[in-house]
Design a protein around this ligand. Structure first.
Ligand SMILES: [Mg+2]
Length: 162
């Protein structure tokens, strides 16, 4: 049986400088919000879906701006139906879904809040987050416990079920 190398096409990759992709690892410690002379990060807001963007089928909810980011407690397994609903409403923003399945015993409003706090902390590397819009007091508490220096606007209503 021929060895693997005998079957493989003999591809010669020229070792010219044109094939060298320059890579400079980025120093994330150089990211600032402008307060101490570093570059300004883009100012965005972040939005929960249910009870914020989605206020039920018969209403329009709060609309994110074009650069804003959506962070939902909805499971990643609900991404197709959720993205369809958003697109029908003309909303095409980036969405972070909860990685837990709905039937995961860990799935809860508390876990969603903790996960949102993690996403927000990650996003703060690249963005200055002005306001997170949220309707669930349990999740608000979890986000506040993470001490992220992000304003949270609590939308208080009974149009959707928590
Ligand atoms: Mg909600």
């Amino acid at each position: 049986m021929p060895s693997r190398s005998e079957n493989s096409p003999n591809i010669q990759v020229p070792k010219s400088e044109a094939n060298v992709i320059p890579f400079e690892p980025h120093d994330y410690t150089d990211f600032h919000d402008g307060d101490d002379g570093g570059p300004e990060l883009p100012l965005i807001n972040t939005f929960d879906i249910d009870g914020v963007i989605f206020m039920g089928d018969e209403f329009t909810g709060v609309w994110p701006g074009p650069e804003d980011i959506i962070i939902t407690g909805r499971s990643i397994t609900q991404s197709d139906e959720t993205l369809s609903m958003l697109r029908e409403r003309g909303i095409f923003n980036q969405v972070y879904f909860n990685p837990l399945r709905r039937n995961d015993p860990e799935y809860s409003r508390e876990a969603s809040g903790e996960w949102k706090a993690k996403v927000l902390r990650m996003l703060q590397i690249c963005y200055d987050i002005g306001i997170h819009f949220e309707d669930d007091p349990i999740q608000i508490e979890k986000i506040q416990q993470a001490k992220l220096d992000i304003n949270i606007v609590h939308l208080h209503h009974t149009l959707t079920v928590k």
